[in-house]
Design a protein around this ligand. Structure first.
Ligand code: 5GP
Ligand code: ZN
Length: 113
């Protein structure tokens, strides 16, 4: 997607603070962190949102969670705890339409809603 900021971040056309990269995923620090650790984990291939997922994306999405688990361990959060969030569309506050998993931790997180 030519005008997608996360596609540009994946390609290095927009700078980001890299946390992890492999063939399918990229993880980088959120520019406006909502917690001491706030990392975004994205597939390198553009997918708009959870609503746009098809059966062939199942492996990709599962992989994002495996990456999240690994990063949580690297950040020292496995035992303390952390939260994984995917916002979808307006009422959830999705602002970037390239699917991404938020990894939040490093402080006591409040209940959602
Ligand atoms: P959403 O609201 O769509 O669930 O999450 C989008 C996230 O992307 C927000 O937390 C926002 O701070 C982050 N973000 C938006 N633009 C950029 C950027 O250019 N660089 C980085 N690192 N994060 C960004
Ligand atoms: Zn994209």
């Amino acid at each position: 997607m030519a005008d997608c900021i996360f596609c540009k971040i994946v390609k290095g056309e927009i700078p980001s603070t890299s946390v992890y990269r492999d063939e399918h995923a990229y993880a980088f620090r959120d520019i406006q962190p909502a917690a001491p650790t706030h990392i975004l984990i994205v597939p390198q291939r553009h997918i708009d949102s959870v609503n746009a997922l098809s059966a062939e994306d199942e492996g990709t999405i599962g992989h994002l969670f495996m990456v999240a688990k690994q990063i949580a361990a690297q950040e020292g959060l496995s035992e303390r705890g952390y939260r994984l969030v995917i916002n979808t569309n307006a009422e959830a506050g999705q602002t970037v339409f390239h699917i991404h998993l938020h990894l939040l931790g490093g402080r006591q997180l409040t209940k959602m809603g």
